[in-house]
Ligand binder design. Structure first.
Ligand code: ADP
Ligand code: MG
Length: 721
């Protein structure tokens, strides 16, 4: 049936009418025939089996029985009455019960006719009963186009209150299939269908709404899921390709002295294979004519900073400036300190700009940026201020990008004001105006792994690199869960570790910086720690959100230098802080943290050569989800595995970026359960677009048509970043 016909408003379907049409629109978003066809069942009930009344079990689930009504009467109860029908087959009898809607039910019930009833049974007063059964005359039941597996469609309370039951929806579906004769235009190419041994569109739609058995249903579902994911991927990948062909970038053709000197003389360790691979991916991007727009994912401690630095050196080698933005003052100071040392050796000018930079210092930085005297700028959000203008910003790196919004990311795009052509450029053909309009290359980094499958769908416009390997020699962190009442034992353990020269973090939840209760917990905790670990033997740092940046920094520095042994903190230390000598992480009220936060916190230890520990403290009262989170933390250190569990617990809705990506509007596929299908679909979408970017070859005609239809009626491009 052609697609135009399927755009017919739902009002025109026999059995709908204006009232129902209104409800279907409001409650289920069904506007057209097409929408109804794509209303896929949430589940199915197997109605291949019939029970006899004498086979019923006390705990049986939903059952289907054939029999007759031999009597109908009403019984008064506390409020109102209930309607009871005696129902029998050749093995016994039972009761059908209604608590509401008596009048029309009573009138519609026919005595001494064969019915098929379906529902859940109860055992009451020595008899089985079935409240509010679904029922139909056997002769109608047989006549209807229907399947043994009964689909259960999405519904709402309002719909069922207004009498649009599952059965009504099923009926409408039947009506639609009758009108269309069950014929639907094929929407995938012959190649794909034969390659994946997919069933045809018509068969798939028929079997998903009227499956005869599980096998046919599975094949139908597979085909429809594949199709759905395939077209999303096709759109995302096309968007990415268009981005690459339209948005020019500076071609960094040179890998020069800065990079090579650093690599040969100053790099203190061998890069991991993952780091090498990622650097190669970045170098490829930088060397092409297109703007790099890349997401670098790597677990805490996987060594992203060095990759960032080496990428910046390439920018410098090509005569451009680079900047590196981090979400907190602590973190940018730390990056600055690490990089300052190396930059001094390489004679590179580097500065730090944060909210607490003094006016005079700021002014100097602004000047040096504009005249090109400054090569690398590290800092916080302060980098985004309008006054910060670069002479020729070639690369902008954002650390812990989930802490920044899309708007902030895009602000960096406009930071380059490129007045003169950069040195060492072979291709001088760009006019200065063009250079001015060229955005810097962008690299965003995150230690909050997003499961691969989700990342593919969410960050369609970003290329993704993954560091999936930790530097060698890391001992995996031992994680345990302890209840609050064992705190003294935990304190003793801390004391022993400190005696060995280690340092310890104790973290309190301060989910909202303003929450007074949380703040009190932190201070109470601090006091008891001070009591157990008294001066002068023990020095304790404390850092929380209510402190001034300068005080925070002072306390952090004391800990970093090893002057204090214990750091009591709120989650401000969550991101990036690197103190290799710290080997114990205690997380108080661990049940209140999300999985990714717990994992981030744990990543603060295990950075040195010593065995490290993470102790999750909780009360006895734990929800199931909390238990799962704690068990997961104890079981594994693998950030991607943790991210998968997190995704399962929270659903994709809470994960950064999903709102815009459309993965939440999937009609039949499930981004988590169907990740295998997604990978296939993505692979093929890529392959097809590679050989035929605008889908003009005859073999892809169907794909182009469908693609146009989809983007015409539902343009996902609008809601992808
Ligand atoms: P993250 O990915 O969490 O930002 P960092 O970049 O802070 O990790 O690196 C963590 C630590 O590992 C740093 O002290 C860094 O110097 C060190 N490191 C990075 N790469 C390697 C490597 N290939 N071999 C050994 N140590 C490394
Ligand atoms: Mg880092």
């Amino acid at each position: 049936m052609n697609t135009n016909f399927l755009q017919t408003p739902i009002d025109y379907l026999k059995g709908v009418g204006p009232n129902r049409a209104d409800l279907l629109r409001k409650e289920l978003g069904l506007h057209t025939y097409q929408d109804l066809i794509n209303l896929f069942p949430n589940s199915y009930i197997d109605r291949t089996q019939y029970y006899k009344i004498n086979q019923l079990q006390r705990n049986s689930s939903e059952v289907q029985i054939i029999g007759q009504i031999i009597d109908v009467h009403e019984v008064p109860q506390k409020r109102g009455k209930r309607l009871i029908a005696r129902f029998q087959d050749d093995t016994g009898d039972m009761e059908l019960v209604w608590f509401r809607g008596h009048k029309w039910i009573r009138e519609s019930l026919k005595l001494d006719k064969e019915y098929v009833i379906f529902g859940k049974t109860n055992w009451f007063n020595g008899k089985y009963n079935m409240p509010h059964p679904e029922m139909e005359l056997l002769e109608d039941y047989k006549k209807n186009l229907r399947s043994a597996m009964q689909p259960i469609y999405p519904s709402t309370e309002k719909l069922s209150n207004k009498g649009i039951s599952n059965r009504v929806i099923s009926k409408l579906m039947q009506q639609l299939f009758t009108e269309t004769k069950g014929k639907f235009t094929e929407t995938l190419s012959d190649n794909l269908i034969s390659e994946f041994k997919l069933v045809s569109k018509s068969d798939a739609l028929f079997n998903v709404h009227f499956p005869k058995n599980q096998e046919l249903l599975s094949r139908a579902e597979y085909r429809l899921k594949f199709e759905e994911l395939f077209y999303i991927q096709l759109q995302l990948i096309r968007k990415n390709l268009i981005h690459k062909s339209k948005i020019k970038g500076f071609p960094f053709t040179i890998v020069g002295d800065y990079f090579n000197t650093f690599f040969k003389t100053h790099l203190a360790f061998e890069l991991t294979n993952a780091q090498k691979r990622v650097l190669k991916e970045i170098r490829n991007d930088l060397g092409s004519n297109a703007q790099m727009n890349r997401l670098l994912q790597g677990d805490v401690g996987s060594g992203k900073t060095i990759v960032a630095l080496m990428s910046m050196l390439i920018a410098l080698d090509n005569g451009y400036q680079a900047c590196f933005m981090a979400p907190t003052e602590i973190l940018s100071v730390q990056h600055y300190n690490v990089l300052l040392d190396i930059c001094n050796k390489l004679k590179i000018s580097i500065k730090l700009l944060t909210g607490s930079s003094k006016t005079l210092e700021r002014r100097k930085i602004h000047e040096a940026l504009e005249n090109g005297g400054l090569q690398i700028l590290i800092g916080t959000h302060a980098l985004l201020e309008d006054k910060v203008k670069f002479k020729n910003l070639g690369l902008a790196i954002i650390d812990e990008q989930h802490r920044f919004g899309v708007a902030q990311r895009s602000k960096l795009w406009k930071k380059g004001s490129h007045l003169i052509p950069p040195k060492g450029r072979k291709n001088k053909s760009l006019t200065s105006k063009e250079i001015k309009g060229t955005p810097p290359h962008i690299l965003v980094m995150t230690a909050t792994p997003i499961p691969r499958t989700l990342a593919m769908s969410v960050y369609g416009d970003l290329d993704i690199s993954i560091i999936d390997e930790l530097p060698p020699g890391r001992k995996s962190i031992k994680t345990v869960h302890r209840f609050d009442k064992n705190r003294l034992k935990v304190f003793r353990f801390i004391r022993d570790e400190i005696a060995k020269g280690r340092q310890v973090y104790i973290v309190y939840p301060l989910i909202q910086e303003s929450a007074t209760m949380d703040y009190k917990d932190l201070m109470d905790g601090y006091e008891s720690i001070v009591r157990y670990f008294p001066l002068p033997d023990y020095q304790i740092s404390i850092v929380h959100g209510r402190m001034k940046p300068a005080d925070k920094d002072y306390e952090m520095q004391r800990f970093i230098k090893g002057e204090t042994q214990i750091m009591v903190a709120t989650t401000v230390i969550e991101v990036g802080v690197d103190v290799p000598n710290a080997s114990v992480m205690i997380i108080e009220s661990a049940e209140r943290f999300g999985l990714s936060q717990l994992h981030q916190l744990r990543g603060r230890v295990g950075r040195g050569a010593e065995q490290s520990y993470c102790i999750l403290m909780t009360s006895y009262k734990l929800s199931n989800d909390s238990k799962t989170r704690l068990e997961t933390m104890v079981r594994t250190n693998d950030g991607f595995e943790i991210a998968e569990v997190d995704l399962r617990l929270r659903g994709p809705g809470d994960i950064m970026g999903t709102q815009q990506s459309g993965v939440l509007n999937l009609k039949i596929a499930d981004i988590i359960k169907d990740s295998d299908i997604l990978q296939h679909a993505r692979y093929y979408a890529k392959k097809i677009l590679k050989s035929d970017p605008s889908l003009t070859s005859p073999a892809n005609k169907v794909l182009l048509l469908t693609y146009k239809q989809i983007t015409k009626y539902k343009n996902i491009w609008n809601y992808i970043s």
